[in-house]
Design a protein around this ligand. Sequence first.
Ligand SMILES: C[S@@+](CC[C@H](N)C(=O)[O-])C[C@H]1O[C@@H](n2cnc3c(N)ncnc32)[C@H](O)[C@@H]1O
Ligand SMILES: [Zn+2]
Length: 370
Amino acid sequence: MELRRVREGSTSFLVPVAGGGSDAAPQKAPIFYNPSTELNRDATILLLSVIQPSDYVDAMGASGVRGLRAAKESGLKVLINDHNPLAAKLIDENARSLGIACEITRLDVNALLSSRHFDAVDLDPFGSPAPFADSAIRAARRFLFVTATDTAPLCGAHLKAGMRRYFSSSMNTEYHAEVGIRNLLGFVAREALKYDRGIEPLFCFAKRHYVRLHLRLQPGVRAAERTMERFGYILQCPGCPSREEASGILPPCRRCPHCGGEMRPIGPLWLGGMQDRSILEAMGSRLGGMRLGTARELSRLLALCRGELDLSYHFDYHNLARYANRTPPPAEVLLDRLMTMGFKVCRTHYSGTAIKTDAPFEEIIRALSA
Ligand SMILES: C[S@@+](CC[C@H](N)C(=O)[O-])C[C@H]1O[C@@H](n2cnc3c(N)ncnc32)[C@H](O)[C@@H]1O
Ligand SMILES: [Zn+2]
């Protein structure tokens, strides 16, 4: 296997050269490594340095990059696992050359997570984390981190796959990134609830082809009940841009306040906050002192996430301008107008033309026309 040396953060390690050279698809390599998800890893390394769990398991390690970096850059006690024997061997070589004393296993992830406990568990599978979420919750004492790359089922583009994996009835809307994060949050929360545990999102975001969750798990029935209160639906009118939230386990029947159409429920999913703003602030303060390759992008992501309203949908104001046959002003102008009209408003971390606001869409159209 041909290897090449790469560096992320302050950690240098070997990864395989994919079939057709360093630009080839990461999935084609005998051991997976995708340089384009460095920000996903930087985000976790930065968060780990803030929350300092007593130990961390990189349960699906591949090259071991996450666990190696958690040990070297965040100073944590680490276990790195992968069932692929080639991966386990490479992780061992990488750990030795870095002088890192971590435990390395080559178990099935569900077997590992059903037999041990860790303060922080990290799941980074190919595609959906659904088959591993139950054991990850049981293994995690305080923190759970999850990546999902099956964005089509999560976001509503593959409706039946979304129902099977996440037991949520989705819809492909302009706010699909938001729906993707919230469907995954809802699913993971349900997996925790059955053990009388709750979840508290710390830092959750959507980027290109993946959704990434960083969560704190909380013990006890009261925590689980608080988590249950965060469940609900986004109601979307099929006939006009009207949308609203409705909390609860059962989908409500409501008529669109604009056109009278029957609102369609998307969910059940997670409503409300997806970020712990004090954690994001602490991460922002530490960012300058760490050597992270995506520091600039991460800093922008943190700032946008911190500023986001806890609303479960957004409006794409370019789409709304087209709908109303208006020329869209620059986003900042529209935001100012809506604030002057007394509405809450913010940008989002995943789209430059998305705005979150408590204004109904007719008021946004009024602001577009001002
Ligand atoms: C997407 S890769 C992990 C990438 C890595 N965490 C990173 O940041 O570069 C998923 C890894 O999970 C491993 N894997 C898949 N199913 C597994 C299972 N059931 N048990 C253990 N490892 C598994 C694969 O061998 C693969 O190396
Ligand atoms: Zn309507």
